[in-house]
Design a protein around this ligand. Structure first.
Ligand code: SF4
Ligand code: SF4
Length: 429
C-alpha cells in the first residue's frame, strides 16, 4: 500500500497576518534587533532559529520558511522574550499563528492526540479517562486510605456536590498514573476544613488544544469546563498543582471573552493563606539535616498569569516548609525565570533531543543552586525537570508542594512518598 502523502503546509503572508494580531499602535517593525529576546530564550539555536531571527524573517516576508519551520513546536510560548523586550513584542503570538496554520497530520502527533482525547469524553481529560473511571479511581483510593490510615478514616473526596465553595480540578496524570498523589491534597483540604468537590464532568484541567493551535477545540473544551463549574454552582475553580491547566482556562476565558459565574484561583495562594491563618500549621523542624530546596516558577502561572504575587506566595510557603536558610533561589527567578522546556506541548511533541537541549539551561540553573530538591506546582515542570535529571545526570529530585506539606505535618502516608529521595525517606523511618 502506498504511503499517504502528508498534507502540504499552506504558506501564509506572515507579516500581514501577524500585524492583525497586534493591539493598536504596536508594530513588529519596532524591533530594535537588540537580541535580548534571543539571549534569554532557551530555544535559541534549535532548528537554526531564534526569536529575533523569527521577527526579522517575518518582516522580510520569508513566509515559506516561517510557515514550515519545526522550531514553532520547540518554542514553548513561555513569553520570556516579551518579558525582556524593550518594545514588548510578543513572539509567542506569531508562534501560535504558525502552529494554527499547520494541517493536523503535520502537527506533532502527541499534541493532536491529547487534544482529540480531551474532546472524547465529558471528563475533558487529555488521557481520555472517562467520568465513570475517574469516579471509580477516586472512591477506590479513598476506601483504601480510610481502611489503612486510622487518622483519616473520616477522609472525604466529594464528587458532584452541589453548591460546594471550591470546584477542585485534577491533572489527569494523577487518577490515571499515580492515584496516591491525590491523597495529600485531600488531607490538606480536610485539615483546613475546605468545602470542596470534584465534578464527574470537566474535572480534568489540561488543554492541549490550545497548544495545538486549534482555536475551535480550545473554545469547546473551555465552554465545557465552565458549564461543569456553573452546573454545580461553585464559587471558586481551584487549580491544583498544574500551571498549564490554570493558564489554559484563564487564557481561554479571556481570549473568547466568556462570562463565568466563579473565580479562578491557584492552590498556591491558598496554601500561603492557610499557613498565615494557622490552618496549615507547617514548620521546618523536621529538616534537621538542613536539606536544601529550590523552587521552579512555572511560566504559566507566574510570568504569564499572576505575576510576582504568586511567586512571593510560593517562596513564603517553601521557606515555611523547609526553613529560610535551606531555601536557595535559582538565578534568574520569578517572572524572569527560564522556562524548563516542558510547556507549550513540548513534552508531548516527541522531539526529545530538542526538548532536552532546550532544558539544559534549566538543568544548569538547578545544579548551580546545589539544592537536593526542586519544588514546583506544575506537572509539566515536574516531568520535564525529572527527565532532565536523567538526561543530564543530575542529582536532584522533584517534589510536589502537597507532598512536603504533608511531610511537614507528619501525615504523609507510605504510598504517598514516590518523589522523595533516600534522605527524606530516611527521616520518615
Ligand atoms: S528583544 Fe524585542 S526589540 Fe530586541 S530583538 Fe527581540 S523582539 Fe526585537
Ligand atoms: S516564547 Fe519562550 S521559547 Fe518562545 S521565543 Fe520566546 S523565550 Fe523563546
Amino acid at each position: 500500500m502506498a504511503a499517504e502523502t502528508p498534507t502540504p503546509i499552506p504558506i501564509i503572508n506572515f507579516k500581514q497576518q501577524a500585524l492583525q494580531l497586534l493591539p493598536d499602535g504596536a508594530s513588529f517593525d519596532a524591533c530594535l534587533t537588540c537580541g535580548l529576546c534571543s539571549s534569554g530564550c532557551p530555544a535559541a539555536g534549535i532548528e537554526n532559529m531564534d526569536p529575533r531571527k523569527f521577527i526579522r524573517m517575518a518582516m522580510l516576508g520569508m513566509n515559506e520558511t516561517l510557515s514550515t519551520t519545526p522550531w514553532i513546536w520547540c518554542c514553548t510560548m513561555c513569553r520570556r522574550c516579551q518579558h525582556v523586550c524593550p518594545m514588548s513584542i510578543d513572539i509567542s503570538q506569531l508562534v501560535l499563528l504558525a502552529r494554527s496554520n499547520w494541517p493536523n497530520d503535520r502537527k506533532p502527533a502527541g499534541i493532536v492526540r491529547s487534544c482529540t482525547l480531551i474532546r472524547s469524553t465529558d471528563s475533558t481529560s487529555a488521557m481520555g479517562l472517562p467520568p465513570e473511571d475517574f469516579v471509580f479511581v477516586v472512591n477506590d483510593v479513598l476506601d483504601e486510605v480510610r481502611a489503612t490510615q486510622p487518622a483519616f478514616a473520616h477522609l472525604q473526596a466529594p464528587i458532584d456536590k452541589q453548591g460546594a465553595h471550591f470546584f477542585v480540578n485534577q491533572n489527569s496524570r494523577e487518577p490515571m498514573s499515580e492515584p496516591d498523589e491525590m491523597v495529600p491534597l485531600w488531607k490538606i483540604l480536610d485539615l483546613v476544613g475546605a468545602d470542596w468537590t470534584y465534578s464527574s464532568k470537566g474535572w480534568a484541567a489540561e488543554n492541549f488544544c490550545m497548544f495545538a493551535g486549534d482555536e475551535a477545540a480550545w473554545y469547546d473544551v473551555t465552554r465545557k469546563r465552565i458549564e461543569a463549574v456553573d452546573d454545580l454552582g461553585c464559587s471558586v475553580w481551584l487549580n491544583t498543582e498544574c500551571g498549564h491547566s490554570y493558564y489554559a482556562l484563564w487564557n481561554g476565558i479571556n481570549r473568547f471573552d466568556l462570562d463565568v459565574g466563579f473565580r479562578l484561583e491557584s492552590l498556591i495562594t491558598y496554601y500561603a493563606r492557610w499557613i498565615r491563618e494557622g490552618k496549615l500549621p507547617v514548620n521546618s523542624d523536621w529538616n534537621r539535616r538542613a536539606i536544601k530546596f529550590t523552587v521552579q516558577d512555572p511560566c504559566m502561572i507566574v510570568r504569564k498569569a499572576y505575576g510576582e504575587s504568586i511567586a512571593e506566595d510560593m517562596r513564603f510557603v517553601v521557606r515555611s516548609l523547609v526553613g529560610a536558610d535551606n531555601f536557595i533561589d535559582m538565578q534568574p527567578n520569578r517572572s524572569a525565570n527560564y522556562c524548563c522546556g516542558g510547556g507549550g506541548g513540548f513534552l508531548q511533541a516527541g522531539m526529545n533531543e530538542q526538548r532536552r537541549s532546550y532544558g539544559k539551561r534549566k538543568f544548569d540553573q538547578i545544579q548551580a543552586t546545589g539544592a537536593a530538591y526542586v519544588l514546583t506546582p506544575c506537572h509539566n515542570c515536574h516531568s520535564q525537570m525529572e527527565d532532565l535529571a536523567d538526561a543530564w545526570h543530575g542529582d536532584y529530585h522533584v517534589v510536589h508542594f502537597w507532598t512536603l506539606i504533608c511531610l511537614s505535618l507528619g501525615i504523609l502516608g507510605e504510598n504517598e512518598r514516590t518523589y522523595l529521595g533516600p534522605d527524606l525517606l530516611a527521616l520518615l523511618d
